[in-house]
Design a protein. Structure first.
Length: 279
């Protein structure tokens, strides 16, 4: 589902081998970026990307510059998921869609039609998409689907956060003030129980320790001037403390909207992370 007139910004889209849209389900679609040339003998590695937009905005048109750049730089298939959006489709609709997308990509139909290696899957996302990526990694454990890497860019991690708790330090940061973040949260959890924010499928930091210990290598990009910076850093430290290999980078002076700067160092590091993981 898309949001008409949702603001997009970014870099020119680099050329890749092919770009095609696929609808594995009536509920969501994928836009698939494939590198030029023949696939490796065991198939392309694949990076599943979840766009941001506060669970209520954005679509598969939004991050095409990033997806194409990662496809070419990391020499892997990149598939961005057009999951259903709140408030028409509040939690758990987006979770259901990304789970089905992962199962489809890992399954025979996805593996064959996309020429991918189902043993080389990474997931990532930005903002709300970072939340969905973190949750998907935990769901993949139950599905016994191996995830090689998770990439969390300015992620939403703790849906119980308030100005009195995690948002106090950067409550005056530009672009995403606390009241706007709370509004997005209310749309996403529309009609949900008041305790739902404590569920790990909403706030991955509340997952059982035995699950968190099993998460794959993790890259977290944190904007220094972002209301979400504290929870992103706290999640990185939480995983490190449980023995997960974590690379957390704080980009001082950057705001939540740093996603639009797709030529900057955080994207270069994601490319490197994917190359190290897949090749």
């Amino acid at each position: 589902m898309s949001r008409q007139n949702w603001p997009y910004a970014g870099s020119p889209i680099v050329e890749v081998g092919s770009v095609k849209d696929i609808r594995p389900s009536s509920n969501f679609e994928l836009r698939v970026f494939t590198p030029a040339g023949p696939p490796p003998s065991q198939g392309w590695p694949v990076f599943l990307w979840m766009h941001g937009g506060g669970f209520a905005g954005g679509d598969i048109d939004g991050d095409n510059d990033l997806c194409a750049m990662l496809c070419r730089n990391a020499d892997c298939v990149v598939a961005t998921i057009g999951y259903r959006l709140a408030p028409e489709h509040p939690y758990p609709a987006a979770i259901e869609d990304i789970t089905e997308a992962l199962k489809w990509v890992h399954g025979e139909e996805g593996t064959t039609s996309l020429s991918i290696n189902s043993n080389k899957i990474a997931v990532g996302g930005a903002s709300a998409g970072g939340n969905l990526a973190a949750v998907l990694c935990l769901i993949a454990l139950d599905l016994a689907i191996p995830i090689a890497l998770q990439v969390l860019v300015v992620p939403v991690i703790d849906q119980t956060a308030t100005v009195e708790t995690l948002w106090s330090e950067h409550q005056h940061a530009p672009w995403l003030p606390p009241n706007r973040m709370a509004w997005f949260r209310a749309l996403y959890l529309l009609g949900a129980d008041t305790q739902q924010a404590h569920d790990w499928r909403v706030s991955p930091c509340f997952a059982p320790e035995e699950a968190l210990r099993m998460l794959p290598r993790t890259f977290v990009a944190i904007a220094g001037q972002d209301v979400l910076s504290t929870e992103g850093l706290a999640y990185a430290e939480q995983l490190k403390g449980l023995g997960v290999e974590v690379d957390a980078r704080i980009y001082e002076g950057m705001v939540h909207g740093m996603m639009t700067l797709s030529g900057k160092s955080w994207l270069c590091l994601v490319s490197v992370q994917l190359l190290l993981t897949f090749h």
